[in-house]
Design a protein around this ligand. Structure first.
Ligand code: ADP
Length: 512
C-alpha cells in the first residue's frame, strides 16, 4: 500500500512535470527549427530569383545570337548584288527582329556601305546607314582582333536605342563588315512578352541605363528586386526580377507559423490530456484493486461466519446435550437461517460475477411486479422475525403485468430488505408505487440514514459506506451494485430518496 502511494506520488510529482517539461522543450525546439527553416526558405527565394534573372537575361542573348547566326549563314559577302537575297526569303520567320543587313567595305577609305538588304525599304535605312558610318563604326572596335568574331553594339543616339550585331569577313584581300540592324522597339514589343510570359504576373521588367522602365511594370511596390544586365546583346539594359513580394512572403510565413503553432499547441494538449487520463485511470485502477481485495476479505468473512454458526449449532444438536424441544427448534431455525444467508450470499456473488463479465442474461417475461415483491418480502420475513425487525409490506396498488425478469428483481428487492435489516434494524417497510411511465419499489427504514458523501458511491461495486466502517456489519459491497444493474436492465434506476427525514428510502424503478 505504502509502496503504491509512493509510486503514485513519484508519478504525479516527478514524472508528470518531467513529461510536461519535455513537451515544452520539444515545442520550443520545433519553433526554433521552424524559424530557421523559414530563413533558409527566404535564402533560397533569393537564390531562385537570381537564377530566374540570369535565365531571363540569357534567353534574350541566345535568341538574338541565334538570329545573327541565321543571318550569317545566309548572307553572301562575295556577291554584292545578291548579298542578302537568300536571307530575305526566310527573314520574317528566322530573324523577326532583324530590320536590315548592311555590308561595309572596311578596306575602302570612307568605310563605305557597299550592299544593303532590308525587309522594309525606305528613308529609315538611309538614316541608319549614315548613323552607322559616322558614329557606330567607331564604337564597334573594328580594329580589335579576332575580326571574324560575332560582336554586339548596344548604344543610343538622340534618345533612341540601337542594337547591332557585326562580324568581319575577308575576301580577296579586302575586309568586309556585316552589320545586322536589330529593331529594338520590336524586341521590346514582340520578343520580350514571348520570352517573359511564363513568369508570374508582374514580377519582371527591363530597365535602361538610366533606370527607366522599357518593358514591364514598376516593381517598386513589390519589395526587394534583383537585377542583372544582359551580358552580350542589350548590355546597357538590365532585367529585373522581384523576389516573391515581401508582403506576400510575410503573409504566407505568418499563416504557416500560425498553423504550426496551432498544431504544436494541439498536440501538446493531446499529450498532456493523455497523461492526465492515464494518471486518473491508474489511480482508479488502484482504487478498484484495493476495493477488490477488501471484497475478497469481506466475502470470506461473510462465508465464514454463517458456516461456523451452522457448524456450532449442528454439533450441539449432534452431541445430544440440548435438553428441550424448544431449544432444539431454535437451533435448527438458526441453522436454516444461516444456510439461507449463505445461499443468498453465494447467489449474489455468482450473479455479480456474471454482471461483471457482461454475461448476465436476463429472461424477460410478462409478470406481476406485486407478486415478485410479495415473494421477496416473504423470503425475508422469517429472518426479520428472528431478528426482531418489523417487516411491513404496504397494500399493493393494481399493477397489471409488465415485462420483467422475476428472479433478478426478487434478488434486488431481497438485497434492499437485507440491507435495511442489517444497517437499520427495527422497522422496514416495502411498497410499490405506480407512475405513468414506471413502477417504483421502495424500501424504507428508520435507521441512521446515508451520509451525503456516500449517497452516490455506495451504488458502485465493492464500495461500502463510510458510516458502516468500524461497525462490524458484515457485507461485501456488491449488493447495491447488483440492484443498480438489475434496475438499469429494466430501463429504470436505483437511488436513495434525498428527503427522508429519518432513515433511508431506497428506490428501484422499472419502466412499464
Ligand atoms: P454491503 O451491504 O455488502 O456493504 P451494499 O452494496 O449492499 O454492500 O451496500 C453498500 C453500503 O451502503 C453499505 O456498506 C452501507 O454502508 C450502505 N447501506 C446500504 N443500505 C443501507 C441502509 N438501509 N441504511 C444505511 N446504510 C446502508
Amino acid at each position: 500500500m505504502a509502496d503504491q502511494t509512493r509510486r503514485e506520488r513519484l508519478l504525479t510529482f516527478l514524472l508528470l512535470p518531467i513529461i510536461v517539461v519535455a513537451v515544452l522543450v520539444l515545442t520550443g525546439v520545433m519553433f526554433r527549427s521552424s524559424f530557421q527553416l523559414e530563413k533558409l526558405r527566404e535564402q533560397s527565394v533569393v537564390e531562385a530569383t537570381l537564377l530566374l534573372a540570369n535565365e531571363k537575361a540569357d534567353r534574350l542573348d541566345k535568341n538574338i545570337i541565334d538570329q545573327d547566326n541565321a543571318v550569317r549563314s545566309t548572307v553572301d559577302v562575295t556577291d554584292r548584288a545578291g548579298f542578302g537575297s537568300r536571307w530575305l526569303e526566310t527573314a520574317a520567320i528566322q530573324t523577326p527582329t532583324v530590320r536590315a543587313v548592311f555590308l561595309v567595305d572596311l578596306t575602302a577609305p570612307g568605310h563605305d556601305v557597299v550592299a544593303v538588304a532590308s525587309r522594309a525599304p525606305g528613308p529609315e535605312n538611309e538614316r541608319f546607314r549614315r548613323l552607322c558610318v559616322e558614329f557606330m563604326l567607331q564604337e564597334m572596335k573594328i580594329d580589335v582582333p579576332p575580326y571574324d568574331q560575332l560582336r554586339h553594339l548596344h548604344t543610343a543616339y538622340r534618345g533612341q536605342s540601337y542594337l547591332v550585331s557585326h562580324w568581319q569577313t575577308e575576301h580577296r584581300g579586302r575586309r568586309y563588315l556585316t552589320v545586322v540592324w536589330h529593331d529594338v522597339p520590336r524586341i521590346v514589343h514582340d520578343l520580350f512578352p514571348t520570352l517573359y510570359t511564363d513568369i508570374q504576373q508582374g514580377r519582371v521588367n527591363v530597365s535602361d541605363q538610366d533606370g527607366r522602365i522599357v518593358f514591364g511594370p514598376s516593381l517598386a511596390r513589390r519589395g526587394p528586386v534583383l537585377g542583372r544586365q544582359f551580358e552580350t546583346t542589350l548590355y546597357k539594359w538590365t532585367v529585373n526580377v522581384s523576389m516573391a513580394s515581401g508582403e506576400e512572403l510575410a503573409a504566407a510565413v505568418q499563416r504557416r507559423r500560425v498553423l504550426e503553432m496551432v498544431l504544436v499547441g494541439l498536440s501538446s494538449l493531446v499529450v498532456i490530456f493523455g497523461l492526465i487520463v492515464i494518471v486518473v485511470a491508474a489511480a482508479q485502477e488502484r482504487r478498484l484493486a484495493n476495493l477488490k481485495s477488501d471484497f475478497v476479505a469481506n466475502v470470506s468473512h461473510e462465508l465464514k461466519t454463517p458456516l461456523s454458526l451452522v457448524r456450532m449449532f449442528s454439533e450441539l444438536l449432534q452431541s445430544g446435550r440440548v435438553e428441550n424441544d424448544e431449544k432444539r427448534r431454535q437451533y435448527l431455525q438458526i441453522i436454516v437461517g444461516e444456510s439461507d444467508r449463505l445461499a443468498s450470499l453465494i447467489e449474489n456473488v455468482l450473479d455479480f460475477a456474471k454482471v461483471e463479465r457482461g454475461r448476465q442474461a436476463y429472461h424477460f417475461a410478462e409478470a406481476n411486479l406485486g407478486d415478485v415483491v410479495t415473494r421477496a418480502v416473504d423470503v425475508c420475513r422469517l429472518r426479520a422475525e428472528r431478528e426482531g425487525t418489523e417487516l411491513e409490506l404496504e397494500p399493493l396498488p393494481a399493477l397489471g403485468s409488465v415485462r420483467i425478469d422475476e428472479r433478478a428483481l426478487e434478488i434486488a428487492v431481497i438485497n434492499l430488505i437485507d440491507n435495511a435489516m442489517k444497517y437499520a434494524p427495527g422497522h422496514v417497510s416495502v411498497s410499490v408505487h405506480s407512475t405513468p411511465r414506471t413502477l417504483e419499489i421502495r424500501v424504507a427504514d428508520r435507521g441512521p440514514g446515508i451520509a451525503a458523501e456516500d449517497r452516490k458511491r455506495i451504488f458502485e461495486r465493492f464500495v461500502r459506506g463510510k458510516s458502516t466502517e468500524g461497525k462490524q456489519v458484515r457485507g461485501s459491497g456488491i449488493g447495491l451494485a447488483l440492484v443498480k444493474h438489475i434496475a438499469e436492465a429494466h430501463g429504470g434506476k436505483a437511488w436513495i430518496e434525498p428527503a427522508s427525514p429519518q432513515g433511508s428510502i431506497f428506490v428501484l424503478s422499472v419502466t412499464r
